[in-house]
Design a protein around this ligand. Sequence first.
Ligand SMILES: [Zn+2]
Length: 60
Amino acid sequence: MPKRVRSKSCDRCSIPAEILYRVQYDDSGRWKFVCLTCYPIVSRNNPAYVYGGTWKAEKY
Ligand SMILES: [Zn+2]
């Protein structure tokens, strides 16, 4: 079986991360994935912010 590593990049800063937060942070109603660095930035003082869970890369 080939090793399948999922990776995902932050929708805000485009840096790949192993853990991303699934959030809505604008009025588009679309889910976006943000890294731990961007998370406090998009969630702070943001009435459009909605938390939708945490995404983690599979270990193997
Ligand atoms: Zn980011």
